[in-house]
Design a binder for this molecule. Structure first.
Ligand code: MRU
Length: 352
């Protein structure tokens, strides 16, 4: 039987010119593939977390922009460029924290400028060549994501030993990338080698990425995974059940401060207290050297109903209760044992 890991998190149908994603808001009960054909659909899919996780957001945005470029009907290069920039800006406004969004859109735009300059030089302004080049670049971003995650998995596995207990927060799994995940990559590679890891997945309030996605994908792969509520992490650590914490990231500042799903900071503080290594699995595309420290990272604030209403038959707070719902927090670089990247393991981005 097909498992969730046999589906493509993000894909493109080149014959029909459509972006295809797993609608992650429906998981784990329903595996539905959603087709995106308009800029509003791409924006909504990212904002509503149908496609989520920093690397997957980047790939979806790259395919989205390349698809929208293919829909532009003009032979005038200036007009094409104006439309392309306005679509890029629109998609870029869907979520602020994960740098992979602007990074992937930037790669498509860099490719655009490169091919435009070449065609101008050759006096051959053929917009269909530009469109195909942008699509090829989006495919390249996806293929690279798979290689990057595999490499993070290999480096990460070198830090672990058979039988280890591993705690992870949110979903930095295959569903957040195109294969392997980042924080889950060492787990999947170790599982293939019979390492027998015991994984604790924080449920990750309020949107339950840990419960709905991480526990689902790891258990589908046959990994020994135990779901815990976020407030149980201290208890499993205190009992000596956790040898390492592996998490993903949405933006890493130059000094190592790291934005990731809300609750990551709490997990890092606990890991420090219990002397457990705390690793951030970080594709280098998630490192933003223009942000000097975590204070330069914009933290997305989301609808408070995600806390009070979502998942409940009746609202679970009294009316007028004030609610705070930041989607991410920033873990101080000093709490991070190391960054596991596709290029190796580093203490800080400045060493990479
Ligand atoms: O709001 P989300 O679900 O997009 O948040 C995802 C995370 O915080 C992940 O840990 C991060 O994007 C890394 S995914 C490899």
């Amino acid at each position: 039987m097909k498992s969730i890991l046999d589906y493509e998190t993000v894909d493109y149908d080149r014959d029909l010119n459509i972006v295809k994603i797993i609608d992650q808001t429906k998981l784990p009960s329903d595996i539905q593939i959603e087709e995106l054909t308009t800029s509003q659909q791409v924006w909504d899919a990212i904002y509503l977390l149908k496609v989520r996780g920093a690397p997957a957001i980047g790939v979806a945005a790259a395919f989205g922009l390349a698809m929208l470029a293919c829909q532009i009907e003009t032979t005038d290069l200036d007009e094409f460029e104006r439309e392309l920039i306005s679509k890029k800006d629109f998609i870029n406004s869907s979520r602020p924290t994960a740098v992979n969004l602007s990074w992937a859109l930037g790669r498509i735009m860099d490719r655009y400028r490169e091919v435009k300059n070449r065609l101008i030089k050759e006096e051959n302004i053929d917009i269909s060549i530009i469109k195909n080049t942008l699509l090829d670049e989006a495919y390249k971003i996806k293929e690279e994501d798979i290689l990057v995650c595999r490499s993070i998995g290999e480096y990460g596995l070198s830090l672990l030993k058979p039988g280890d207990g591993i705690l992870t927060h949110c979903n930095a799994g295959q569903l957040a990338t195109c294969k392997y995940g980042t924080a889950t990559a060492p787990i999947y590679l170790g599982h293939e080698k019979g390492y027998g890891f015991h994984v604790f997945a924080d449920e990750t309030r309020p949107l339950l990425q840990g419960a709905r996605l991480t526990a689902f994908e790891l258990s589908s792969a046959g990994v020994d995974v135990t779901l815990i509520c976020d407030n149980m992490a201290a208890s499993v650590m205190a009992k000596g059940k956790v040898n390492a914490v592996l998490v993903g990231c949405d933006r890493v500042a130059a000094n190592g401060d790291t934005a990731n799903k809300i609750g990551t900071l709490m997990t890092a503080v606990l890991a420090k207290h219990y002397n457990i290594p705390f690793y951030v699995c970080a594709p280098t595309s998630t490192i933003d050297m223009t942000a000097e420290t975590g204070a330069d990272i914009v933290i997305e604030q989301r609808d408070v109903k995600e806390v009070s209403h979502m998942w409940y038959k009746e609202p679970m707070t009294a009316e007028n209760v004030k609610i705070y719902n930041p989607a991410f927090d920033v873990t101080d670089g000093s709490l991070i044992t190391g960054f596991i990247t596709e290029k190796g393991i580093f203490k800080s981005p400045k060493e990479m």
